[in-house]
Design a binder for this molecule. Structure first.
Ligand code: UDX
Ligand code: ADP
Length: 479
């Protein structure tokens, strides 16, 4: 069976970009992305896509209406497809067994049930959401328990490794594609069909095939390893601040070792995003269920270090501002969990904002791509406050960095947007209260230049002298 029609359930950060690139690379395959949210589908069919992702507009523009469709008609999508991707969200459970750690599979389950009700003929069902090890088995159980004559299923695991902000490039030039399936002739045949889709643009040598469980665990493992590197360098950033070392120099020296490599060694206010925390918590929970408490504790420490880093940065802001921020005006530059995305899930900015608001600060927030409604939703969430009405009085959202910083006591930079490096800091300084502080949570600014303007500067992983140091010392910050 050659794949002619693909349906993707879930038009989010994973399903949308992934299927757009598949449509781009496979002009003979019709790709339909379905979602239960009418609003989301309407946005995918409009000029303003629901997610900001560099290059996505062009890809969607080329394919939409030709071989790429966005629809709320889930039933027809499933019925007509040879291959169905499940790309629904898998948040961390907020109640019951495994609360706060285990992945909530209710959306995956409901997608599986829908397939079980509607599908006819032979279907390949591909689990693309990050789901715990052995989730494919649960999907299969639902499908086979609701078996109807003339319908057969193969379940594959094909985890997504795209990072937000670089999703299109990650998909087009993927390091590897991972496909896991059942170790049987039918399983191998299904894997082969999905391989043929990716082979249109990914060299066969970079398409790895494994058993289903290895594939599922590899996704959690890859994210856990990446997050572990950030927590490791962040732990050392605290040592650098307490001594004379500079974490950028340490990262460079360590990363130059080809066995270690230079990526994911950028110390920061902490990692965020929809995957790292969720996947590690999930791994921890799985280890506990497997009665492996030492392994669980080992990975939990990566999360604990990230919490420590976010708290440490917030505490530094408060301490520097004479131990009180009550009624102080603080500008927050950046709210997304990283640059080039409007996504705020698990953004360290939320943690920092909460701490400052709890201490009575007034926040002026600017982010180039996060909508005002999203910032307000994040800051009025019950996990952040019991008094949403207070938040609305203490938080103002601005449309540019200059108005956000005007008349403030301090700037707290939480996201590494390129435009923050190109701002006119002389102008910003002139508009601020004095002494004017900058807390660079991403180590992207030219700290010496800021000090020369008159700012009091604090950053991650480096103790800055109060006056600008000569650039010839070689410990200048990156810019
Ligand atoms: C991640 C994985 O990279 C991706 O492969 C997986 O499919 C999903 O999870 P994503 O969360 O989109 O992708 O972004 P990523 O670039 O990995 O960044 C995650 C967080 O770590 C961000 O908050 C980022 O700012 C932070 N980070 C990253 C650092 O603090 N330092 C670094 O050196 C790298
Ligand atoms: P991710 O980052 O994993 O892609 P998102 O939250 O961005 O997560 O997207 C998941 C999408 O899946 C949402 O748009 C949601 O409406 C959709 N979704 C969840 N469950 C179902 C379902 N049973 N049927 C159709 N769409 C679903």
């Amino acid at each position: 069976m050659a794949i002619k029609k693909i349906c993707c359930i879930g038009a989010g950060y994973v399903g949308g970009p992934t299927c757009s690139v598949i449509a781009l690379k496979c002009s003979d395959i019709t790709v339909t992305v379905v979602d239960k949210s009418k609003e989301r589908i309407a946005q995918w069919n409009s000029e303003k896509l629901p997610i900001y992702e560099p290059g996505l507009d062009e890809v969607v523009g080329k394919c939409r209406g030709k071989n790429l469709f966005f629809s709320t008609d889930i039933e027809t999508g499933i019925k007509e497809a040879d291959l169905i991707f499940i790309s629904v969200n898998t948040p961390t459970k907020t109640f019951g067994n495994g609360r706060g750690r285990a992945a909530d599979l209710k959306y995956v389950e409901s997608a599986a049930r829908m397939i079980a009700e509607i599908a006819t003929g032979d279907k390949i069902v591909v689990e693309k959401s990050t789901v715990p090890v052995r989730a494919a088995e649960s999907i299969l159980n639902i499908l086979r328990a609701n078996h109807r004559p003339g319908v057969s299923y193969q379940i594959l695991s094909n985890p997504e490794f795209l990072a937000e902000g670089t999703a299109i490039d990650d998909l087009v030039n993927a390091d590897r594609v991972l496909i896991g399936g059942e170790n049987s002739p039918e399983g191998h045949a299904a894997i082969e069909e999905l391989c043929k889709v990716y082979e249109r643009w990914i060299p066969r040598a970079n398409i790895l095939t494994t058993n289903t469980w290895s594939s599922e665990l590899s996704k959690l493992a890859a994210n856990a390893f990446l997050a572990q590197r950030i927590s490791s360098i962040n732990s050392l950033s605290a040592v650098c601040e307490a001594t004379g070392a500079d974490v950028s120099e340490v990262a460079r020296a360590v990363g130059w070792d080809s066995r270690i490599g230079s990526k994911f060694l950028q110390a920061s206010v902490g990692f965020g995003g929809s995957c790292f925390q969720k996947d590690i918590l999930n791994l921890v929970y799985i280890c506990e269920c497997l009665n492996l408490p030492e392994v669980a504790a080992y990975w939990q420490q990566v999360i604990d270090m990230n919490e420590y880093q976010k708290s440490r940065f917030s505490a530094k802001v408060i301490e520097s501002l004479f131990n009180t921020v009550t009624d102080k005006q603080i500008a927050m530059l950046g709210f997304a969990f990283k640059k080039n995305t409007g996504d705020t899930r698990e953004s360290p900015a939320i943690h920092v904002a909460k701490t400052l608001l709890d201490e009575g600060a007034k926040l002026h927030i600017y982010d180039p791509k996060v909508e005002e409604s999203q910032i307000m939703e994040d800051l009025t969430h019950p996990s952040v406050t019991d008094h949403p009405e207070n938040i609305k009085r203490h938080v103002s959202i601005y449309r540019d960095a200059y108005s956000a910083t005007k008349d403030t006591h301090a700037i707290v930079l939480c996201t590494e947007w390129d435009e923050f490096m190109a701002l006119d800091y002389e102008k910003i300084y002139a508009g601020m209260m004095k002494p004017a502080y900058i807390f660079d949570g991403r180590k992207i600014l030219d700290h010496n230049a800021l000090q020369r303007i008159g700012f009091i500067v604090q950053t991650i992983g480096k103790k800055l002298a109060r006056t600008a140091v000569s650039r010839s010392w070689g410990s200048q910050s990156q810019m």
